[in-house]
Design a binder for this molecule. Structure first.
Ligand SMILES: [Zn+2]
Length: 541
């Protein structure tokens, strides 16, 4: 039985990833991400650059308390400065103080940088690399040499770039990582350069690519195909400028497409979860269209596609989404037919057989609403309520509006306006509740007043939080006469859901979306109480 070639992952989300615009992890975030990376099966976790900021130094201190199963923490830094002995270089000393089992240092391999940036001779550059690697190697288990700008350097002066690699190897580097630092080279150039290094040294090779030409993943795969045994990258590809090689795609491609062994099959099923975890801690909205793990990665909209994937998912899916922890989704849109409605009903855990007679009616209603500007792709809770109504008529409603009024008052030019809403609703058993509340704007005031009224009947409304509120002006009308669509995302700590409203009046559109949001919370709590969880068996055909 021949075992598949093993490729190790060196994650630099916590170092290169932190150099991305809009990304800042706290020490606590970094520790949590490190634990997840370890569970996922990453071999090395680059924690930061101890010489560059106090936060990274703090991380290395705290990381000693982590109980990692198999990952090793690496500290990152530069070769010694010119004219200083390695043992006296403050940055190299800081690297040792981080007390990690692995240290990674980058050095220059592009003659242009040596000449114009460092302004030293080639020979001096070899000495810098040799001294730094040899010094570290005397103190740490493993030293990785990052050959910065290797591919541009190889193009410019191949002999010099290769000699830098030989020097690092001779000095005792355990692995040479070839860096595509500027992110502009093509896969065939990467392949040829990797071949040349393999012919020059016997030290294992790694690859570290940036995504400036959108080729970081392709270049990483090319390097592996030509013998690299380690891939460096970041989760979701976050990193400087256009980012690093996205490890989510790298790992999935290496394992599922190239048949190499990277992580365990069970670990791979946590890929989507890991991706979302990192987006969440980075406080960045996940990219829907992200390969393998994005919300839309296995989403089908066109009626023909939907009908086909229901018969056999392979018709429009390149892998089984479950392998990476993703799932198939069917979107309800104006392209959809009755089968989409039934698919969604099944997904929502509704009784498909019961809904079948009403499916045409529900579809007609969805189409009618869509023609008026509604959109249910980001508002599945509104759609589920609509289906529920198709089954039960109006019986599922928890409350009814008798009336509301909003006053928006601005007294002075330089003062913020004040909004106040009064509301009257009818709850269970015809009880009427009449309340008022203020807000920082009219929608906020209506939201506060409605919550206050509903709390009298339904204490669980206190759990509902408004997480996102989007207003979109729909084309067609003129200026302020146009229709607006409001999308609200709500959550209660267990689940998030989206609802929608459309009207020429922004308060009315917001009202519709708010009512659906609260109705959905009450409806789903009832559903849970009945223990009717959404079935996950095969969808109906
Ligand atoms: Zn980098």
């Amino acid at each position: 039985m021949s075992a598949a070639r093993h490729i190790e992952i060196y994650d630099t989300t916590l170092r290169d990833g932190c150099q991305a615009e809009d990304v800042a992890f706290t020490v606590e975030d970094k520790l949590r991400i490190a634990e997840r990376l370890d569970e996922f099966g990453v071999r090395y976790i680059e924690g930061g650059w101890p010489g560059s900021n106090p936060r990274d130094e703090e991380f290395f201190k705290a990381a000693k308390g982590l109980r990692l199963k198999q990952a090793k923490i690496a500290a990152f830094g530069a070769t010694r400065r010119v004219g200083v002995r390695a043992s006296e270089d403050p940055n190299l000393r800081k690297l040792l103080q981080a007390q990690t089992p692995v240290v990674t240092i980058f050095g220059k391999t592009w003659a242009l940088h040596v000449r114009d940036d460092l302004r030293i001779s080639k020979l001096q550059n070899f000495e810098v690399i040799h001294d730094s690697v040899a010094f570290l190697k005397r103190h740490v288990d493993a030293v990785i040499f990052d050959a910065e700008h290797f591919f541009d350097g190889f193009r410019d002066d191949p002999e010099f770039a290769l000699e830098c690699c030989r020097v690092a190897a001779d000095a005792g580097a355990d692995l040479l990582c070839l860096c595509e630092t500027n992110g502009g080279r093509l896969p065939e150039e990467v392949a040829a350069a990797v071949d040349a290094v393999r012919a020059a040294v016997t030290t294992p090779l790694g690859i570290h690519c940036h995504n400036d030409a959108e080729l970081a993943v392709a270049n990483s795969l090319a390097a592996v195909r030509h013998g690299a045994v380690q891939v460096q990258g970041t989760i979701n590809g976050i990193g400087e400028r256009c980012g690093n090689a996205n490890l989510c795609s790298v790992v999935a491609n290496l394992q599922l497409k190239m048949g190499l062994k990277v992580v365990g099959a069970a670990q791979l099923r946590h890929l989507r979860e890991l991706s979302h975890f990192v987006w969440e801690l980075a406080n960045i909205e996940p990219n829907k269209r992200q390969a393998y793990v994005g919300l839309s990665a296995f989403a089908h909209k066109g009626g023909i596609h939907v009908a086909a994937v229901q018969k056999n998912p392979q018709t429009y899916e390149h892998i089984d989404p479950a392998l990476v922890g993703s799932r198939q989704r069917v979107l309800v849109s104006d392209l959809s037919g009755r089968s989409n409605i039934l698919y969604k009903a099944h997904e929502f855990g509704l009784d498909v057989e019961e809904l079948k007679p009403a499916a045409r009616q529900v579809l007609a209603e969805v189409k009618e609403l869509e023609s008026r500007g509604f959109q249910f792709e980001g508002a599945e809770a509104s759609l589920e309520l609509l289906m529920r109504k198709g089954l039960d008529g109006d019986r599922t409603r928890s409350f009814r509006l008798i009336g509301f009024r909003v006053i928006d008052e601005k007294r002075k030019e330089d003062e913020s306006p004040l909004s106040e809403a009064t509301i009257m609703i009818e709850g269970p058993d015809h009880h009427v509740e009449h309340t008022a509340a203020q807000g920082n704007g009219p929608v906020n005031a209506v939201d506060n007043a409605l919550r206050k009224a509903l709390l009298k009947f339904f204490p669980q409304i206190a759990e509902v939080q408004l997480l996102d509120y989007k207003v979109r002006v729909l084309g067609g009308g003129e200026g302020t006469k146009a229709l607006v669509r409001v999308l609200i995302e709500s959550g209660d700590g267990h689940e998030r859901w989206g609802t929608v409203g459309v009207s020429p009046n922004v308060i009315e559109a917001s009202w519709q979306a708010l009512v659906d949001s609260f109705e959905y919370k009450l409806y789903k709590d009832r559903k849970r109480a009945r223990g009717k969880r959404a079935a996950t068996a095969a969808p109906p055909v």
